[in-house]
Write a protein that binds this ligand. Sequence first.
Ligand code: PLP
Length: 447
Amino acid sequence: MKLPFERPLIKKIEAGIPSKFGMKPTLKPIDNIDGVPVSDLIEKYGSPLYVLSEQTIRETYREAKQAFETRYPKVQFAWSYKTNYLNAVCKIFHQEGSWAEVVSGMEYDKALQNGVKGSQIIFNGPSKSREDLVKAIDNDSLIHIDHFDELFLVLELAQTSAKKPKVAIRVNMDTGIYPKWDRFGFNYENGEAWEALNRIMLSGKLELVGLHTHIGTYIMTPDAYRVAATKLADLAYNVERKFKHNVRYIDMGGGFASKNTLKGAYHTGIDTSPTFEEYAEAISGALISSNLNPDQLPVLILETGRALIDDAGYILGTVIANKRLSDGRRSLIVDVGVNLLFTSFWYEHEIYPAKGETQFTEDTTIYGPLCMNIDVIRAAIDFPVLKQGDQFVIKRVGAYNTTQWMQFIHNRPAIVLIDENGESHIVREHETLDTLLENERLPEHLK
Ligand SMILES: *Cc1c(COP(=O)(O)O)cnc(C)c1O
């Protein structure tokens, strides 16, 4: 076979500048996902293509669950729908024992349709409509109140409801992470959270079932969770003392960092993101050392999103063209743009060639296919010289990308799940022009 031509290039040698983790690793190609060749997947389903690994989802979940269950007696996970609400993904988490955590009426209905019991749906978020709340009360769902106006609305609904609403409050607080996320929930330090709890308890119309916080996302400091858990335990203890009432659970929200690398970070996420054990150690340590009654320890709920699903997602794509910019830099145009990779605004996504043809790399800018200047997948990456038609794999894209993706310029591609036996299944069809036109209406006079 004729070897592919590689044009010569002059490259500055940057030898001998290792970080404390050693030399920069060379990019090893990714030619398969769970044993299924990348080229086969693209041939069968087209390019670009999202691929999810069922095995990775289950393994990551079990690892997280074990980290917490070995450190605290009662643990319950609730899958954060907005992180990835593909039914196939939700079903895997529910099969593993996860409840559902939703932040809108749409997500709430989706969880019900996925067979989650009303009493195992946690309803979070700042915008629940009256209808949403009526439904949630009827289904015994766990309503996490975000602000006083919502509290007053739930109290009003409780007057005419046959059922006593099950509520928790979301608490925001200073955990040493700045900027503080104080727009959601009731503040701890200024006494607002305690006041809300008193209003709930004194009303007699609501059942206070838990306390909730979600301190932020991609939190690199497990100790922030120790602070947060201590403050929630403190509130629970004060309720116990004043009202002789034990909350059933303490919900620590989500926010664990995935192994992606943030833009501008000096080291990679693989080296710097805390493990599940470290988060579990901080949270369980705070709860078991608190004043909470050991005979009535609350269940610890976790709404981990990102850290449970990021590693299970891949995007496969194809090089459209090679192009040299006016200043001599090399660039690639590929068929995956920011429309499909929303998280590229925060992460330096890992991109790997699907074949290992060459060892020569060059500083490269990778552009998506959109006719938009912001469509940059990687501003600068030391990347092998790929050619038109060559395939590549973007790693750790399972979180937020297929919920925040944009229908923009191109149709959105298919999503495929590879099951534990290495079989691939379409879990979402690629969109077509008809998908786009389905909801459009043309007024008579324009026909
Ligand atoms: C988004 C969200 C989560 C999940 O957050 P991750 O950072 O993806 O773990 C959990 N709880 C609430 C209330 C959220 O809004």
